[in-house]
Design a protein around this ligand. Structure first.
Ligand code: ANZ
Ligand code: ZN
Length: 879
């Protein structure tokens, strides 16, 4: 307790280093499973060690820390771990640029970023930290992979990569710039090479169904995952090929349009296309041309539709009519059967294609109750959206013979029935989800544990020979992966026949490491990936990260959990029960125009902003030269716009607590947060004021008397009510709503009320003590350093860590024992009265009539009626 006569000024640096040292000494956030409290596993997505923390990290980890600390205070055994997603391409690029090894660069970044995280005071169990680039981490991933390989859940097949013909190397997508290799500038080619895949498609249905159990996940993320899995129900229908025994199977989700089929489209790689090309040089040349096109779905959607007649004819399975078979560039070999029954009347792509190549168009769907003129008639020259509708319930089949009059469902069932009976087709479910290609031709990744033997083929590396260690002491020139270039490293013996063999030199996609890290944190040192401690901590209770991971990472993460479950390593079905996706951190941008028309982006830290008297920005100038700069739009903090605000600088300038406070105050967690220094300064002022309020309160050093509730006067009661209302609100905001900004606003109001509470009496001191304690505890999850210091200043021996629970609101203190009523005469406000909350009606009436101003207006008139709205208004109708 302070005994100085003058309040101690708030010095965040010393307050924060004291608190951090205290936590570190106590190993305050290390946890284990020996606890009688309920567990709570709070996990933030692990960072890539890029060099320095950015504001997005700070926001993410602050949200996680606030939830963790709140949970600790509400009696939970909280695990909050941290690690490093340490493999990846940026390390290779940096290594080439700085002439160092990727490992060295990565480890140095980790050191630096760890100390940055520590300076923010997060309640992390650092004893569980790991970097995913260490063999003691990735050995488990390698073992898991060989297990999956033996179970048939991992397999090898050819797949297309970007090939740089000059550097003789495979490029990652981000290394291809405008179709050319980033280093050589050579035109990139598509090449097929064998790569490893994980059979995530085996889990497609389960991954889809599981979404329905994830009540704590944002709807938007679940929708994105559903679309990505892309389940569609349809029919596979066999079309005989004229003149031979070939059969062409098509997959359709619209069997109701079967009678509108006027041709069949197949992919360029379809076996029948290849067969036809053997005797058709023009077709062969066309197929060759198609190979150079892009392979992504986006490219296929947008590219011009092109095709060529194969000369083959398919036999319509109902009418027996012969329709031409075309190769079309928008048909994917990897989806369905690689063949489509084309219905140009009702499929927009087929419609465009038919127009381009003058193929017939046939309407087979009509609307029973058209909503406008357009919907009444079918015009084969102009595509209208309703042609493609199947969701409308007023559709009926036309020009379809025996099927006329049926709707979509009816036609689907009738045809499924018919084809299944005749053995000409069956119901089928397809998923858009593809198997997960995990091979990368990069160096800085986990080596894929496979050995190639001329006799035995691809052999998994036996457990006893794991890990396959990636050499770290290498030089990179950007041309070839050092392990691909190193014949010594590649050379090995076959585990099966003992003959000479070579190692796989591809490495895993870095999504592999981030798919199971959450489980590893629960079981440091475990012999397997995770041990029985996993079932204590898992599933993660709260997962927090960026929305950009909504599809890939979160899908792989869910998939991996099912792999772990099926390997009997965990019991649960899903890895995380609640997911919070935080919004972006955005900031103003500033620039000057260069002579060549490009822009020179200037960092906000180098700019001085001019504001008008309403604090609106009116201009800005470069601090260095005092000359104006232009204002760009407010955008996500990024290197390209140079509008990143360095967290470190902010922490040094304002202290971690203020940075944390601002991050939580400026926006709800899911929304964008606009960084603005004026706002940060506002938070600093608030903390300083609370600091001063506490220190002024304790400055005389005398003991605080016990609170005597019955003896409080009205003002004391009012402050006490405010205290407990605040406790109640903040508890709800933290615990139920994750609404941290409103929680902070409530504590600010309490501090305002304290500012107006000028009462030096003994009970006044007691009430103020209670209010200050509440403010300090309520803010503790957000400003843990200041709270740590202020709690001690308020005379407490015990620390905020284990001993002090989150405050509980006292319902009695929240009861309002008097209320203010507005008194109206004929609907016009004439005065107010204070009455006891439970005052009887006639007392309220007589007090109202006696209110001096009201009495004046009632003089000489007769009261006809009195209306009382309890707790609010009394209206006297008089005339
Ligand atoms: C006839 C038809 C008529 C179709 C119609 C659509 C509308 P989803 O829902 O994404 O599963 N299709 C099938 N396999 C394809 C492939 N390999 N490449 C390109 N397109 C393919 O889409 C299923 C529909 O996409 C199928 O239904 C098929 O065209 C096409 F008015 O069959 B449909
Ligand atoms: Zn062998």
């Amino acid at each position: 307790m302070s005994t100085a006569a003058e309040p101690i000024p708030y010095d965040p640096k010393s307050v924060e280093s004291h608190a951090q040292a205290f936590w570190e000494d106590r190993r305050a956030f290390e946890v284990d499973e020996q606890s009688d409290k309920p567990k709570f596993y709070c996990l933030s997505m692990l960072p890539y060690p890029s060099g320095a923390l950015h504001m997005g990290h700070v926001r993410n980890y602050t949200i996680g820390d606030v939830i963790s600390r709140y949970k600790r205070m509400t009696g939970h055994n909280v695990l909050q771990p941290m690690g490093w997603d340490a493999f990846g391409l940026p390390a290779e690029n940096a290594a080439i640029k700085n002439k160092t090894a990727p490992a060295k660069w990565t480890y140095a970044n980790i050191e630096h970023m760890r100390s940055q995280l520590k300076s923010l005071g997060y309640a992390i169990d650092w004893s569980r930290e790991f970097a995913t680039c260490r063999p003691e981490y990735y050995v488990h991933e390698q073992r898991m992979f060989t297990r999956l390989l033996r179970k048939g859940l991992a397999y090898r097949k050819n797949s297309v990569v970007n090939w740089d013909p000059v550097d003789q190397t495979v490029l990652a997508n981000e290394q291809v710039i405008d179709g050319r290799g980033w280093r050589s500038g050579a035109l990139v080619e598509k090449r097929e090479i064998p790569q490893w895949f994980l059979r995530i498609t085996d889990y497609a249905q389960e991954l889809l169904d599981g979404l329905d159990t994830l009540e704590g996940w944002p709807e938007s993320v679940k929708t994105m995952q559903r679309n990505w899995i892309g389940r569609s129900e349809g029919l596979e229908i066999a079309f005989a090929v004229e003149g031979g025994s070939d059969v062409l199977n098509v997959f359709t989700t619209r069997p109701d349009t079967l009678m509108g089929v006027t041709f069949v489209s197949i992919a360029g790689e379809h076996p029948l296309a290849l067969k036809a090309a053997a005797s058709n040089p023009a077709l062969a040349a066309f197929l060759e041309e198609l190979k150079h096109g892009g392979v992504s779905e986006a490219e296929l959607e947008t590219q011009e539709k092109r095709g060529m007649d194969t000369g083959l004819k398919a036999v319509h399975p109902v009418t027996g009519e012969k329709v031409p078979v075309w190769v079309a560039n928008f048909v994917l070999m990897g989806y369905g059967t690689g063949a489509v029954m084309a219905v140009p009347g009702h499929d927009q792509r087929d419609f465009e294609f038919a127009h381009k190549y003058s193929l017939p168009i046939q309407q087979v769907i009509a609307l029973k109750s058209p909503r406008n003129e357009e919907e009444k008639t079918y015009d084969p020259d102009t595509w209208r959206d309703w042609y493609g509708d199947k969701a409308r319930d007023d559709l009926e089949l036309v020009n379809s013979g025996e099927f006329d009059g049926l709707d979509y469902r009816g036609a689907f069932e009738a045809l499924a029935e018919r084809f299944e009976r005749k053995g000409q087709g069956q119901r089928r479910v397809n998923y858009r989800l593809r198997d997960w290609g995990v091979s990368r031709q990069r160096y800085w990744g986990c080596p894929i544990p496979v050995i190639y033997c001329a006799k035995c083929g691809a052999v998994p590396v036996p457990d006893s020979q794991l890990p396959v260690v990636l050499p770290e002491d290498v030089t990179l020139d950007g041309v070839k992966s050092p392990i691909k270039a190193d014949a010594e490293w590649r050379k090995t013996t076959c585990p099966e026949c003992g003959g000479a063999a070579e190692r796989e030199t591809d490495t895993f996609d870095t999504f592999m490491e981030s798919s199971w890290y959450y489980a590893r944190y629960t079981s440091p040192g475990a012999k397997d990936m995770v041990d029985k401690r996993g079932n204590y901590w898992l599933p993660v209770d709260q997962y927090i990260g960026g929305i950009e991971h909504a599809i890939l990472h979160l899908m792989y993460f869910r998939f991996y959990h099912k792999l772990l479950r099926d390997a009997r390593l965990v019991d649960s079905d899903e890895p995380a029960t609640n997911l919070l996706t935080q919004g972006m951190v955005i900031a103003e941008t500033f620039y000057r125009d260069n002579a060549d028309g490009s822009k020179d982006w200037i960092n906000p830290a180098d700019v001085e902003i001019q504001r008008d008297d309403k604090a609106r920005m009116v201009g800005a100038m470069l601090k260095a030269d005092g000359q104006p700069v232009k204002l760009g739009p407010v955008e996500k903090m990024s290197k390209s716009k140079n509008n990143g605000v360095d967290p470190q600088t902010m922490v040094e300038k304002f202290g971690a607590d203020t940075v944390r406070l601002f991050s939580m105050f400026a926006a709800p967690p899911e929304q964008s947060l606009e960084w603005n220094e004026a706002g940060v300064e506002g938070m600093a002022r608030f903390l300083r004021r609370l600091w001063t309020q506490v220190h002024k309160h304790v400055v005389d050093g005398t003991a605080v008397p016990a609170l005597e509730v019955a003896a409080l006067d009205a003002d004391q009661k009012a402050l006490r009510r405010k205290t407990h209302e605040t406790i109640d609100k903040v508890g709800n905001d933290y615990g139920k709503r994750h609404s941290f900004n409103t929680a902070i606003a409530a504590v600010m109001e309490l501090s305002n009320a304290l500012g107006k509470f000028d009462d030096a009496s003994a009970q006044g001191r007691a009430v103020r003590q209670e209010a200050l304690e509440a403010a300090v505890l309520l803010l503790n999850p957000i400003t843990p350093h200041a709270s740590h210091a202020l709690w001690q200043a308020l005379g407490h021996e015990e620390t905020l860590l284990e001993d002090v629970p989150f405050p509980q609101a006292d319902p009695d203190a929240m009861v309002r024992d008097s209320v203010t009523l507005a008194v109206q005469v004929n609907g016009k406000l004439r005065g107010t009265i204070e009455v006891a909350a439970d005052a009887p009606r006639d007392l309220i009436e007589s007090l109202a009539k006696a209110e001096p101003n009201t009495a004046k207006f009632l003089e000489g008139s007769t009261i006809r009626k009195v209306i009382i709205v309890p707790g609010k208004i009394i209206n006297i109708v008089a005339g």
